[in-house]
Design a protein around this ligand. Structure first.
Ligand code: MG
Length: 620
């Protein structure tokens, strides 16, 4: 109604104004000399464009500093979850800043995305619920291979709306996916486009949920590709914490899942179900002159947070570099660095006038440049020496049919030649030790069961739930990969201690004490182990920056979650200066692995030990 009345008013104003080609009768005879063409022409009212402007209620506009702001009339606050996995850069073809994401496709990340939370914005929610549209212009940066769904702009969690690229079983199509309840039946309304995105190409997509008509539509590059039934009421994402629009992935509480790799140029939400004419107008206005980049780099690795020395070399490993390529570091000042290209890496000389700061990194070839990431580089006369971290397979090298903490996962870690294979230990009421992460398996709480109660329990690959003794038997076959033993937190301190003593006894009996490390979230467990096994590596899984007193108790490794450590990076140096080691868990994306190495992690615990091992082999 509001739009219609504005349009009507404008039409009336236009009708009452003199047309440019009508002669103007002058009041003043002197005016006669004036050229009548100088009369200001009435601007042509583009009612479609005007209606779009009116309906636009969220518009992610990417700024030079990597953040985003809302370009709509609402000026909503956008939370820019800045991280090493994202940057903004000026894209000449689009004539604007573009967000580039380097997340591992489909992964879960805690930074490297943009967030607009609408949970407490009632009018925004009402507008979504009464019918809405979304617009995105994106480029997929990497082949999705075997990962599941990937999302560049969405708000879904067991409900919601947004775009995705479907998983392989659904054909990898660009899809608009609102969730509605119709006649008591809650369902995703799969509005698939039939378009499978090619890596490196840009796609303009409009998704429309028309509540009144009970339909959803999807347009790709200006063409209506599909209309599906989507009657009913809109379901919002399940849980307040997921009521937000994500650019760069999909909300999952405070985290982002189904993470994106590639560009997002436009990400907008409209308060109405747009018409064909409006969708056509969006396509008309969208940038289209994207050139296929000639610089195609893959397997890019660099230290995103490290110390550098003037005139020393900063290495960027990548496939696809050619002789003559240069590396540009763009911060407050821009440096086109002296660059030596080897077959798989660029050796970048840090220039004389370089300053500490945050830099965007580009590969430059002739007139073209390609963004490859961002880094926080600190100038130092004696930069921290980088060393290869020790690779610890989290719960064994699981995946590909090998369940976590299975004998198969331990064997795979041994075969992979990793430094260590981590595992978790629980004790039953009758003093038997079992290996499992969760306290409950097949509905049975391990610490409340007897060994007999657990006799028939199997893992998903058919293996019986392993006892600690069975695990040690496999471990004894190849101790080149160390066993990293975690004692889980039981219902009482006494039970923790009983479990610890039994574990130490079994390790001793098997003659394996020289080949194991220990970790626990429980202080009492850690101090008990350190007292019994002085000189062993004992890691306390902590989230406190207070490391005082640990070493005196024999706890020689500070063991931090990566989210905490990346927020408190000075802890690396502090722990090291106190003579302690640092383990960081659970680091699964290559860029985060690089960040952890750059900060000086002694151990990196990961669900992707093969990926980390590969990185270590490439860099050291
Ligand atoms: Mg564990």
């Amino acid at each position: 109604m509001k739009i219609r009345s504005i349009l009507l008013a404008l039409a009336l104003i236009a009708a009452c104004s003199p047309k440019p080609d009508e002669p103007v009768t002058p009041d003043d005879p002197n005016e006669e000399q004036k050229d009548t063409t100088a009369v200001e022409p009435v601007p042509v009212v583009d009612s479609v464009a005007l209606s779009l402007e009116e309906a636009l209620m969220l518009d992610f506009v990417f700024d030079d500093d990597g953040k985003a702001h809302d370009g709509s009339k609402n000026s909503l606050w956008i939370d820019s979850k800045l991280g090493v996995n994202m940057m903004t850069y000026y894209n000449g073809s689009a004539e604007r800043n573009v967000a580039r994401f380097f997340n591992s496709l489909g992964g879960i990340v805690d930074e490297g995305f943009y967030k607009y939370s609408y949970y407490s914005n009632t009018s925004f929610k009402n507008a979504l619920a009464s019918g809405h549209s979304m617009e995105v212009l994106f480029m997929l940066g990497e082949d999705p291979r075997d990962v599941g769904e990937i999302k560049m702009f969405s708000s879904m969690e067991a409900g919601g709306t947004g775009f995705l690229i479907t998983d392989q079983s659904r054909g990898r199509e660009i899809t608009f996916l609102p969730n509605t309840t119709n006649q008591g039946e809650k369902n995703w309304r799969w509005c698939r486009s039939g378009v499978v995105p090619e890596v490196g190409k840009y796609y303009h997509v409009v998704g429309v949920w028309d509540k009144e008509a009970g339909k959803a539509r999807i347009y790709v590059n200006g063409e209506l590709k599909n209309t599906v039934a989507a009657a009913g009421t809109l379901n919002f994402p399940n849980g307040a914490a997921s009521n937000w629009f994500c650019v760069g992935g999909d909300p999952s509480g405070a985290s982002c899942q189904s993470a994106w790799n590639g560009d997002v140029v436009i990400a907008r939400v409209y308060s109405e179900a747009l018409t064909d004419a409006q969708a056509a107008k969006l396509w008309e206005k969208a940038p289209k002159n994207f050139q296929a980049p000639s610089i195609k780099l893959s397997n890019v690795l660099f230290f995103s947070e490290c110390e550098v020395k003037i005139n020393s070399v900063y290495t960027i490993a990548a496939d696809g570099l050619v002789t003559g390529d240069k590396i540009r570091l763009e911060g407050d000042e821009t440096f086109d660095c002296v660059t030596e290209i080897l077959s798989d890496r660029a050796l970048v000389t840090i220039p004389e006038s370089f300053k500490s700061g945050d830099y965007k990194i580009f590969a430059v070839r002739g007139a073209e440049s390609a963004p490859i990431g961002s880094a926080r580089l600190t100038v130092s006369d004696s930069p921290r020496e980088l060393f290869a971290p020790k690779v610890v397979a989290h719960r064994g090298f699981h995946g590909s049919g090998r369940p976590e903490n299975s004998i198969a996962a331990l064997k795979a870690a041994q075969d992979g030649g990793f430094y260590g294979s981590e595992m978790d230990v629980w004790m039953t009421t009758d003093g038997e030790l079992f290996v499992n992460h969760d306290g409950v398996i097949s509905g049975k709480t391990i610490q409340n069961c007897t060994a007999a109660d657990l006799a028939g329990v199997t893992l998903s690959n058919g293996e019986p739930l392993p006892t600690f003794r069975q695990y040690l038997e496999q471990f004894a076959k190849n101790t080149a990969t160390r066993l990293v033993i975690e004692i889980k937190s039981h219902s009482s301190d006494q039970r923790n201690l009983d479990c610890t003593l039994e574990m130490l006894k079994e390790v001793d009996e098997a003659g394996l004490a020289d080949y194991v490390d220990y970790i626990s979230f429980d202080w009492g467990v850690c101090t008990a182990i350190a007292a019994q096994k002085p000189g062993s590596i004992v890691g306390y899984l902590t989230s406190t920056s207070n490391l005082e007193g640990m070493l005196e108790k024999g706890i020689n490794c500070a063991d931090f979650a990566y989210t905490y450590l990346f927020s408190n990076p000075s802890l690396f140096d502090r722990a090291h200066s106190m003579g302690m080691l640092v383990n960081i868990w659970t680091v699964d994306s290559p860029s985060e692995m690089m960040r952890a190495i750059g900060l000086g992690a002694d151990f990196i615990t990961t669900n992707k030990p093969d990926v980390l091992q590969n990185i270590v082999e490439r860099l050291f």
